[in-house]
Design a protein around this ligand. Structure first.
Ligand code: 3HC
Length: 693
């Protein structure tokens, strides 16, 4: 065995050279890996005993892509294009032996090999679109030559990982073998090529599938139309489509030029910078400086949930999906039955769409034990309280749980805003108490705010984070403050939206601005969807707010066919002249004069106040880092990922601009706009949120 460099070595097995890359964690194509491949291939070609080459990886995966940490830095070492040219132009057959995930540049390297042998458990894909990019190493030109333009469009715009069997069916993998036999079978495969059973094939020369699609622009027009909603706001999907079009309409080398040009445009844009930032942010979130990954954890074998309402049921589904037994407790049989029926109906619905089987549904339901007896939770390892937001009720439940649940168990509350420390005080073991703030619908939303109380023990925190990972959530550790991170910032936006309406902007103006910014919907459309009567009590309603007036008129949102908007039978919203008049009258009664509010003012007041609150959250240490706040907003509130998150967005527009706008608003509109100390300090120091360590 010859060491090529620190991450590559070459072993000669008879007449075959096996070039092994070993660059943990994912064999990304760093400068060292690129050099290792280039030099290893050259050595194998130069060795007259060698008749063929296998490219394989050690560790958990084949090359998972370009090294994202190198993006935006000065180029080092050989280019990926040179490496690929050496492989593709090799006079001796090169076969990729793929396990794990061959992604992005990894698959693009495999596609310049003459053949691909894959382990059964391997996957491949071109996920660049998720980083705001396109496959920039020939992927957009080679992929359609194998799988055809239609499948290529799906793959490059979704970034989906394709399993080995499907990849083989599409022609991406030539052979699929048992995982343990991968190396040996890849070697045997090269020998077959040399025995004349297969030609030295170059994907770039396969023109049949692209030529067949030439002169059929409707393929692309239809694809764009069908996916317009999904791609809204994103640059990368359209750029990917244009590259596949180029593959169909242009000779290979010309197509490569289009790919390069569009790749560089995306790479230099803010959207890709935001999406690459988010990639690392969503991994960083699991790193807790004072609760490291090796903190002891509690084995969660049984979970109790108090409350079988919408939240309790949704939370239960997460755990059942992950194979964790759940006891769900209610106070009345009827409520319990309703909760269980809803869970079952949700599963049946998923099964009817073919996403799970009927057997999966039965398996999950079999893990669920409904009960009216809190005592059933005595031996649970984790109990999650999910009753309505009332401090007295929650304290009462925690007092009871404290008496009956075994020592060592975690007692969690799903509160979305209440003081977790106060709830913890209702027990004799505040160190066991933590907040697990799931977002509604809890079986769908990715985000979990893990709320650390003053006394929460470290194993309780680490266990909660690991459990979140196990059930497929993305968790952010936050501190106790009203609304925690997400809702605390949201409150700023809601307040401004309500104020703006009284100053002259109409609900649909505000919604349009936020929708165009990239949110799935604005605050008023959101209220209509959630129901304006959440927490509204008819007997106490006194027409004191717009919301009360609308609820009193039975305009309680989509469910009553009217809220801030009017709805037709199909939930299509139309601006409501009635609501416009109600707003004008209400504002007049409040002594407000209507003025024209610009779109820029709407955006700045709704978003800059959030950024400012985010700065206060950091200042108070209620979030570990700015990027955690961004992860909360992307996953819990539909913040467009191509803008990174509120804190990243602030950095891209410039903190000095945000501060100046806040000061302006403060001078004219008052204390709601008082800049956070941290924002002032960062501007004074010429630093950004991203510079905070
Ligand atoms: N470059 C640099 N670091 C990477 C990386 C990459 N392409 N992919 C993963 N990593 C790092 C992660 O940041 C993480 O680091 P950390 O441990 O310090 O937090 C570590 O590798 C492990 O990653 P995950 O936590 O994500 O591990 P998983 O096992 O859950 O997932 C994976 C593995 C499926 C490979 C996942 O990491 C992934 O999807 N990676 C990105 C793949 C990708 O987007 N490839 C395309 C890159 S762009 C490209 O190739 C351009 C080309 O067309 C020119």
């Amino acid at each position: 065995m010859t060491a090529i460099n620190a991450v590559a070595d070459l072993a000669i097995e008879g007449d075959i050279a096996v070039l092994t890359l070993n660059s943990p964690p994912v064999n990304a194509l760093s400068a060292a890996v690129r050099s290792g491949i280039l030099d290893g291939i050259a050595l194998a070609i130069a060795d007259s005993k060698v008749k063929g080459i296998v490219l394989i990886c050690a560790g958990k995966t084949f090359i998972a892509g370009a090294d994202i940490t190198e993006f935006g830095k000065p180029p080092l070492g050989p280019s990926l294009a040179d490496v690929q040219a050496a492989i593709e132009g090799s006079p001796k057959p090169v076969v990729a032996a793929i396990h794990g995930t061959a992604l992005g540049g990894g698959l693009e390297v495999a596609l310049v090999c003459h053949y691909r042998v894959a382990a059964k458990s391997a996957k491949c894909g071109l996920p660049e679109v998720n980083l705001g990019l396109l496959p920039g190493a020939g992927g957009t030109q080679r992929l359609p030559r194998i799988v055809g333009p239609a499948k290529a469009l799906d793959m490059v715009t979704s970034g989906a990982h394709i399993g080995a069997a499907a990849a083989a069916e599409m022609g991406l993998f030539d052979v699929v073998t048992d995982d343990a036999a991968l190396r040996a079978d890849a070697i045997a495969f090269v020998r077959q090529v040399n025995a004349g059973q297969r030609p030295l094939r170059k994907v770039r020369d396969l023109n049949e599938k692209v030529e067949a699609a030439r002169g059929k622009p409707e393929l692309f027009a239809d694809f764009r139309r069908a996916n317009a909603r999904r791609f809204r706001g994103f640059d990368a999907p359209e750029y990917n489509i244009r590259c596949i079009e180029a593959a169909v309409n242009l000779p290979f080398d010309e197509g490569m030029k289009v790919e390069r040009k569009l790749f560089l445009e995306l790479m230099n844009g803010t959207q890709s910078a935001a999406q690459r930032y988010y990639f690392f942010a969503s991994r960083q979130v699991w790193n807790l400086p004072d609760v490291p990954a090796d903190t002891p954890t509690i084995d969660v074998k049984k979970v109790g949930i108090v409350g079988a309402g919408t939240m309790g049921g949704g939370i239960a589904m997460n755990l059942l999906n992950a194979g964790v037994p759940v006891v769900i407790v209610e106070t009345a049989q009827e409520a319990l039955d309703r909760g269980v029926r809803t869970i079952r109906a949700n599963y049946d619905n998923t099964a009817s769409k073919g996403r799970i089987t009927a057997a999966d549904v039965d398996k999950r339901m079999a893990l669920l034990t409904p009960s009216l007896d809190l005592g059933q939770l005595a031996d649970a390892d984790l109990v999650i309280e999910a009753v309505y937001e009332n401090m007295d009720v929650k304290k009462d439940i925690f007092g009871k749980l404290d008496k009956l649940v075994k020592q060592g168990a975690i007692l969690a509350t799903n509160t979305s805003a209440l003081d977790v420390n106060e709830i913890a005080c209702a027990t004799s073991r505040p160190e066991a108490v933590i907040g697990l703030h799931f977002f509604s619908p809890a079986n769908v939303m990715k985000l979990l705010e893990v709320v650390r109380g003053d006394k929460t023990a470290k194993p309780v925190i680490r266990t909660s984070m690991e459990l979140a990972r196990k059930i497929g959530k993305i968790a952010a550790l936050v501190g106790v403050c009203p609304g925690f991170v997400g809702n605390r910032m949201l409150a700023q936006r809601q307040r401004e939206a309500q104020k703006l309406v009284l100053e002259g902007a109409l609900p649909w103006d505000i919604d349009r601005v936020l929708y165009n910014f990239g949110f799935p919907m604005g605050p008023f459309a959101m209220s209509d969807l959630a129901g304006l009567d959440l927490g509204w009590i008819r007997e106490k309603s006194s027409s004191a707010t717009l919301r009360e007036i609308l609820c009193e008129m039975d305009r309680r949102g989509q469910k009553t066919g009217a809220g801030y908007y009017d709805y037709d039978g199909k939930r299509n919203a139309k601006p409501s002249p009635v609501v416009e008049q109600i707003i004008r009258d209400f504002a007049a009664r409040q002594g407000k004069t209507s003025r024209v509010v610009s779109e820029q003012e709407i955006l700045e007041r709704c978003v800059y106040t959030m950024i400012n609150e985010g700065a206060k959250i950091l200042e108070e240490g209620k979030a570990i880092r700015a990027s955690d706040i961004d992860v909360v907003w992307v996953n819990g509130y539909g913040w467009p990922v191509y803008r990174g998150g509120p804190m990243f967005y602030a950095d891209t527009i410039g903190l000095d601009k945000v501060l100046a706008a806040m000061k302006n608003f403060e001078a004219t509109l008052g204390a709601d706009f008082k800049p956070a100390r941290l924002l002032e300090d960062l501007v004074a120091q010429g630093r950004k949120f991203g510079d905070l360590k």
